[in-house]
Design a protein around this ligand. Structure first.
Ligand code: CO
Length: 208
């Protein structure tokens, strides 16, 4: 990729925005009021704003390998804290995607150095759902199901945080689990039954 081209692209983008609204950047500089916190994968094929069709200012975004919400990850925890307590988002989305390299790596036996502890979180998801996953004979279907179950478990990790639990009590925040299907471009709502999950996990994770 020609890096110089990126700056040309940027100039064109600035001009396109100003052609439509001469105050576009002035307004943008005045502050943000996003309604969605989007937690997704770093995968270059899975954008955040573009696949949702939202503009700058509409989504607060956190991306890492395999859209993880690790309980000891200061970055993810800070993003959730800021988005929920300060920006007061109404929706927290964890968006995984089929054909995720991170999830695939976690299904294989290999020493991947610094990636080991990160991917171990996904191996833990596999262990938690081992009976269901081992019951799926087709490798690709099992891989896709692990992507979905990983999203579900990361949503549970979102619910474990004190910030989200407080927002649940005070203003009915909602958590969503989605999967982006790279093969079709479609966004799939996993329709995770959070009321049921909440009943289950809050017995152990309640923080009030
Ligand atoms: Co991925």
């Amino acid at each position: 990729m020609d890096i110089k081209q990126i700056f040309k692209n940027n100039q064109n983008w600035v001009q396109d925005k100003l052609d439509i609204d001469s105050n576009y950047f002035k307004n943008l500089s005045e502050g943000q009021n996003p309604d969605i916190l989007y937690i997704g994968c770093s995968d270059s094929r899975v954008t955040a704003e573009e696949l949702m069709g939202v503009s700058p200012g509409e989504a607060f975004v956190h991306r890492n390998i395999a859209n993880m919400v690790a309980n000891t990850d200061l970055s993810a925890m800070s993003v959730i804290d800021y988005a929920v307590l300060h920006l007061k988002v109404s929706h927290v989305v964890v968006c995984g995607h089929y054909y995720c390299g991170g999830v695939k790596a976690a299904m294989e036996s290999a020493d991947l150095g610094i990636l080991n502890p990160w991917l171990r979180n996904i191996r833990d998801v596999y262990r938690t759902h081992r009976i269901e996953l081992n019951g799926i004979e087709d490798n690709e279907q099992r891989y896709k199901r692990l992507v979905e179950l990983n999203v579900q478990e990361q949503c549970i990790n979102v619910i474990k945080t004190a910030e989200v639990q407080r927002a649940y009590r005070e203003r009915n925040i909602t958590v969503h689990g989605w999967v982006f299907d790279i093969h079709s471009g479609k966004l799939i709502d996993l329709k995770i039954d959070f009321n049921k999950i909440l009943e289950n996990v809050m017995e152990i994770y309640r923080l009030e």
